[in-house]
Design a protein around this ligand. Structure first.
Ligand SMILES: Nc1ncnc2c1ncn2[C@@H]1O[C@H](COP(=O)(O)OP(=O)(O)OP(=O)(O)O)[C@@H](O)[C@H]1O
Length: 452
């Protein structure tokens, strides 16, 4: 183990190859860093202290490997950005490093310039309040959602961008309305498949037989109503991205079929006997705890691990309140652009009300509230009065018997439905779950009460 300790070092270089160590030290100094070196995983842990701003970590180390070192370093300092150096063609390690929280990875041999560009960006990210992610997305116009004032979300964005280029299956987790679909589209947009199709499929929206046919296609005559042969979404998305929303609702009968297609890329159409192949990249999303579903036997463990190659968890809005001003401005800008009007600002009191609220329906609810608040004002500034009545408390709305007046069943249904629908920020799947009905019933209710 070689370990050189310099006071106030801010970059830890971990590599057992002394030539590379020396090279990196010289380059680091040239780029204004104060390097410290370690030649092993345990050495890296010894060398870590609060002054270290970032780590460059080789995977092939003599004692504990780079991934284990990464895990221990991040357990010691959860926000520590680590750039992993992996071997050529070692995509698996790269994926595992990103899953374990690496900020980025580089395959050896790499250009020093690329490494120090990444390190510079890490510094910028850490010092600036609102930044755009680097790399592929920087070449495109940075989307609103790819900015964050929250360190945890910035890290997520970096991992997301990296994962976009890898073609691996991704599992997006997070509460309803946190932006899983939005992120899935962004991942597709940042991926090499950007010019191909992005095909979303909502698992609970269809009954089992139709979902199977939707995903895998069917042969003519394979069931009543199958009047013609139809290609499924896996075929259509073969060059692009297939987004499986609410994957936790995938019926048990379809889980083995999805597992097969993820493992072997092969499947049959419903009623078909010809093996078909697909190259679709799969992004799945869930707002339920799939672990718990595995534990209670309603979701296959092997499928869970197949889907969860890279997990990206989007925190709820109440845990990233620093992002509220940026998201509010972005959403207001979007509404203004759509309506062809000026945009709006929030008065200090309105901003405070927004910040104090818990946003159970997350970004979708924020969007709905801003849509409604801006619909009825001629002013450029939204005040507390424009917003507060739209921020419902969970206890509100139980007006089934308000004023002792007897309601018709139709009215009660409408109120109960609307309450759940608003509380979930207009999310149909979650409304369905809250009310214990199917998602199709939610569509019927919207229709029946003239809310479509
Ligand atoms: N980062 C963001 N910036 C701006 N708008 C966003 C962002 N994330 C999400 N949104 C908007 O918030 C709304 C809800 O997002 P989205 O549908 O992606 O959530 P979701 O997590 O997929 O919800 P569900 O689990 O209910 O399907 C969308 O209209 C989306 O455009």
């Amino acid at each position: 183990m070689s370990l050189s300790r310099e006071d106030h070092a801010n970059l830890l270089i971990v590599d057992d190859d002394e030539t590379i160590q020396r090279l990196l030290v010289i380059a680091a100094k040239d780029h204004g860093w104060r390097p410290r070196t370690a030649g092993s995983g345990m050495g890296a842990l010894d060398a870590l202290d609060d002054s270290i701003e970032a780590v460059v970590l080789d995977h092939g180390l003599p004692d504990i490997d780079g991934l284990q070192t990464l895990e221990r370093l991040r357990a010691a300092q959860p926000d520590l950005p680590v750039i992993m150096l992996t071997g050529l063609n070692d995509a698996e390690t790269a994926v595992r490093a990103l899953r374990a929280g690496a900020a980025d990875y580089l395959t050896k041999p790499f250009e020093l310039k690329r490494l120090f560009d990444l390190l510079r960006q890490i510094r910028v990210d850490r010092s600036g309040p609102v930044i755009a992610v680097t790399g592929a997305s920087a070449k495109l116009a940075p989307a609103d959602g790819l900015r964050s004032a929250d360190a945890r979300v910035r890290e997520l964005l970096r991992r997301m961008e990296k994962a976009a280029s890898l073609d691996s299956t991704i599992l997006l987790t997070g509460e309803s309305g946190t932006g899983k679909t939005y992120f899935a589209r962004e991942i597709h947009r940042l991926s090499p498949r950007a010019n191909e199709d992005f095909i979303p499929v909502s698992c609970p929206a269809l009954p089992r037989e139709l979902l199977e046919s939707e995903l895998f296609g069917h042969e003519k005559g394979s069931f009543t109503g199958a009047v013609a042969t139809r290609a499924g979404r896996f075929e259509q998305a073969s060059k692009g991205t297939l987004f499986l929303d609410e994957i936790g609702d995938l019926p048990p009968e379809l889980q083995p079929k999805l597992l097969n297609v993820l493992q072997d890329r092969e499947f049959f159409r419903v009623g078909g006997s010809k093996i078909l192949r697909t190259n679709a990249r799969v992004i799945a999303a869930t707002n339920v705890d799939l672990h718990a579903k595995v534990a209670d036997g309603s979701f296959r463990e092997d499928l869970y691990y197949r889907l969860n190659i890279i997990e990206l968890h989007i925190p709820p809005l109440r845990e990233r309140k620093d992002d509220l001003p940026g998201l509010t401005a972005a959403i207001l800008g979007r509404i203004a652009a759509r309506r062809g009007t000026h945009t709006w600002t929030l008065s200090p009191a309105a901003s405070e009300a927004v910040a104090a609220y818990e946003w159970p329906g997350n970004i979708r609810q924020l969007e709905n509230v801003l849509e409604r608040a801006t619909a009825f004002t001629d002013r450029n500034e939204l005040g507390e009065k424009d917003l507060v009545p739209l921020l419902e408390s969970r206890r509100d709305g139980h007006a089934a018997n308000a004023g002792g007046k007897v309601r018709t069943l139709h009215e009660l249904e409408r109120e109960t439905f609307l309450e759940a629908y608003r509380r979930t920020g207009g999310n149909k799947a979650r409304t369905a779950r809250e009310l214990g009905v199917s998602e199709r019933t939610v569509y019927n209710l919207l229709e029946r009460h003239g809310l479509k």
